[in-house]
Design a protein around this ligand. Structure first.
Ligand code: AMP
Ligand code: GLY
Length: 422
């Protein structure tokens, strides 16, 4: 089968790496892909949100199956467009992708489905949002309604900071129309987990549990990023928590989406806060997490194509995903300055070193003048396996230490929570 993967980050390299090992994949394409996918797929020079270009390419190449990595093309309706043209594609429809495209829609669905989540209020004008701060309890959380590349959320204990964020979001429109409406919600203490399932519109199968590290600095300090590292399995998702997430979160959400007329097919990612043993939903994403995809794809041990095809056929429950019986850890190496401004174009050394049980997934890289250079905030995802999280972590850090580029940095405490628990 000819398979197309849409996207060009670390998540898409990990998906390509896993799908490329499927015996039924005869040819793999990535649009746009990156230097990491180049040896295993044909990279196609099309942006992930160039829907018309992607459709024309898929038709010309007679692509049998398409997998969508990032949220932007999903929110723009790539699944509807491909399906309408008779092409098989794995991901949610535009209407179902509103779960990630609009936090207001997501919250309304949570309330309709009776799923535990933080109490919240919605605001469409800055003055009433700011006056709400006078009576609100701190710490609180402020969220832009629309997509903001992981930067549209402020967790704060400080009223002035909250006012500034509201002014920037609703007044100066730093996230564009994504900040026309905001949510202010209750702060939930606890430990986070990324719970990702493959859904077929009605039923679902969970992937292995995972956890990422959203803050930029060690000790969970500094601003939120797209994710500085991830590991799987996540010990915070105990058997009991897992059962509660299936029963109290995923099943009622899929039912409510069906009733709403937008059944959900694709990777459904529940951002969970486990608070006193109970799962609360912080957000839904309509795709695999990045960097959660790196350890998850590393540990996936069956034919991923079979699972995704079954979901598109509405028959996901017939497939039981198989997992490597060990742990995987991904350490993200980032450009100095990320998630703020950073310089690009630095040559990367040490990419070709061989290390057993490690894959260096590319994210923000490109080829320039015969060299691989930095081209994004999150540059690489060094991903390693091991019998335990601790062993996988050591292996990932040993490999990361052999990579060099100007101004690079990475967190030194990835997986610390899981290790400390043991
Ligand atoms: P979100 O994009 O909604 O997942 O928010 C990004 C991050 O902000 C989450 O991963 C949490 O670390 C934090 N966060 C969001 N909502 C809350 C909340 N209600 N209570 C505590 N932390 C939160
Ligand atoms: N790692 C968080 C996300 O993919 O949204």
């Amino acid at each position: 089968m000819k398979v197309l993967i849409i996207g060009g980050g670390g998540r898409e390299h990990a998906i390509a790496w896993r799908l490329g090992q499927s015996p039924r994949v005869t040819k793999l394409f990535c649009a746009p892909g990156n230097p990491g996918t180049a040896p295993i797929a044909d990279n196609v020079a099309l942006a992930a949100d160039d829907l018309a270009g992607l459709l024309a390419f898929a038709q010309k190449e007679r692509i049998d199956f398409t997998v969508v990595g990032p949220e932007a093309p999903l929110v723009k309706g790539v699944v509807d467009l491909f399906s309408k043209n008779g092409l098989k594609i794995f991901g949610p429809s535009q209407s179902a992708a509103r779960l990630e495209g609009s936090k207001v829609f997501m919250k309304e669905m949570l309330v309709k489905a009776g799923i535990p989540t933080a109490h919240y209020k919605t605001f469409a004008d800055p003055a009433s949002a700011i006056s709400h701060l006078d009576t609100a309890e701190f710490p609180l959380v402020i969220k832009a309604d629309g997509l903001a590349a992981g930067k549209g959320v402020l967790v704060t204990n400080d009223k002035v900071e909250a006012q500034e964020f509201i002014n920037a979001t609703m007044g100066q429109k730093v996230f564009g129309a994504s900040g026309d409406t905001i949510i202010i919600e209750q702060f939930l203490p606890g430990e986070e987990a990324s719970y990702i399932v493959v859904a077929d519109g009605k039923n679902f199968v969970p992937l292995a549990s995972a956890q990422d590290h959203k803050r930029v600095f060690d000790g969970d300090k500094g601003p939120n990023t797209g994710g500085m590292g991830a590991y799987s399995p996540a010990p915070v998702v105990t058997k009991e928590v897992d059962e509660k997430i299936r029963r109290k979160v995923v099943a009622p959400l899929l039912k409510a989406m069906g009733q709403e007329g937008c059944p959900f097919t694709g990777f459904l990612y529940a951002g969970i806060m486990v608070s006193n043993g109970e799962p609360y939903v912080l957000e839904f994403n309509v795709r695999l997490g990045d960097p959660e995809a790196q350890p998850l794809m590393f540990r996936y041990h069956g034919d991923l194509l079979t699972l995704l095809e079954a979901a598109v056929a509405g028959n996901v429950a017939a497939v039981t995903p198989a997992w490597r019986n060990d742990a995987a850890v991904c350490v993200v190496i980032a450009s100095g300055g990320y998630p703020g401004d950073f310089a690009k174009g630095f040559p990367i050394e040490g990419l070709d070193a061989e290390a057993e049980n490690v894959v260096v997934f590319h994210a923000g890289t490109k080829r320039e003048g015969g060299k691989t250079v930095t081209a994004g905030g999150r540059v690489l995802g060094v991903t390693a396996g091991g019998a335990t999280i601790e062993e996988a972590t050591k292996r990932a850090y040993a490999r990361a230490a052999t990579i060099k580029f100007e101004k690079m940095f990475y967190r030194k405490d990835i997986a610390h929570r899981a290790i400390n628990r043991q």
